[in-house]
Design a protein around this ligand. Structure first.
Ligand SMILES: NCc1[nH]cc(CCC(=O)O)c1CC(=O)O
Length: 313
């Protein structure tokens, strides 16, 4: 933290953000942190629409995945309209395009998936053939493994859109990330938090990513105080696992890491979409090499046959 006193921040900082309510909450959160750190700096937000926000009728797995939510923001970073972009880490591709780096990982909110329903208090209460909305293959596979009698249907759109579709009666229940609901003060919509053992979260779920152009190394010291070291190493381990398995939102895969004193404990899974094949492994290793720990976990999964499950997709 002494750094922030020693180094001179820029006079202006522009934050690129998607315009969804959650993205804007996250951008404003980072804006106020920066403003508190650097009262002399003018910190503004540049709101933008991304391709991912526009294609709402197709599951993400089919339209090309995570990159769709970050590309327009990266163009703004590259051409100097913005200095930093704030993302949900979950939406950040495993490999950033050349010329971009993650400058900081912001503290994780609750990483769990949440059960949201107007008619049922828990997943266990849903009658056979109930329609559950989610477009995440990760959520689908884990739900179907425990509740093969449920029907999963696609559900896209930002949080408000998804809640509206639930309220219109198209679904008996939907599954959302608790983090987004909590941040938008919609935590009262959560009927049940699904334990990470039952729904292993998405890589990076609940964490924030701060991306900059690799041509702006001057910003690294400016943004360093936003980094949350425990979140950073855990997300690094999760991303190491996913990267190693060439993971994206096109495959049913998840990983969740927690810090324990000097080590990290990470649990990850790979499954078939119907959840009938499900591999879950845990690895514990040093914080000092989080990415390598993720790779170790990936090789444990591969040793159990993960590559066969992934190839069959
Ligand atoms: N894929 C969209 C997305 N990206 C981040 C979040 C939630 C917040 C987070 O994980 O940080 C969501 C919505 C959801 O999955 O319900």
């Amino acid at each position: 933290m002494q750094n922030s006193k020693l180094h001179t921040p820029p006079k202006k900082l522009v934050i690129a953000s998607r315009e969804s309510a959650l993205a804007m909450w996250q951008a404003r959160h980072i804006q106020s942190r920066l403003q508190a750190l650097y009262p002399e700096t003018e910190v503004t937000i540049l709101g933008m629409t991304t391709t991912g926000d526009q294609i709402l009728d197709t599951p993400l797995a089919k339209v090309g995945g995570k990159g769709l939510f970050v590309k327009e923001l990266e163009i703004a970073l590259a051409d100097g309209r913005a200095d930093l972009a704030v993302h949900s880490m979950k939406d950040v591709p495993m490999n950033l395009p050349e010329g971009f780096i993650l400058a900081a990982t912001g503290e994780r909110e609750d990483p769990r998936d949440a059960f949201v329903s107007n008619d049922y208090a828990t997943l266990e209460d849903l009658p056979a053939n109930s329609i559950v909305g989610t477009s995440s293959l990760r959520r689908q596979s884990q739900l179907q493994a425990r509740f093969p009698h449920l029907k999963i249907e696609s559900l896209r759109g930002n949080l408000q859109t998804r809640l509206r579709k639930l309220d219109e009666g198209q679904y008996a229940a939907i599954i959302l990330a608790a983090a987004g609901l909590i941040r938008l003060e919609l935590g009262n919509r959560i009927r049940q938090f699904i334990a990470p053992e039952h729904s292993i979260p998405a890589v990076g779920q609940g964490a924030l990513g701060i991306e900059i152009s690799a041509d702006r190394p001057d910003l690294i010291a400016t943004l360093a105080p936003l980094n949350h070291p425990d979140t950073q190493v855990c997300v690094e381990a999760e991303r190491g696992m996913s990267r190693s398995l060439a993971g994206s939102c096109t495959v049913p895969l998840g990983a969740y890491a927690v810090c324990e004193a000097d080590s990290i404990r990470i649990t990850g899974f790979v499954a078939s979409v119907d959840g009938k094949q499900m591999l879950i492994e845990t690895a514990v290793g040093s914080r000092a090499n989080a990415e390598a720990l993720g790779k170790t976990l990936a090789s444990q999964l591969v040793a159990k046959g993960a590559d066969k499950i992934l190839a069959a997709l």
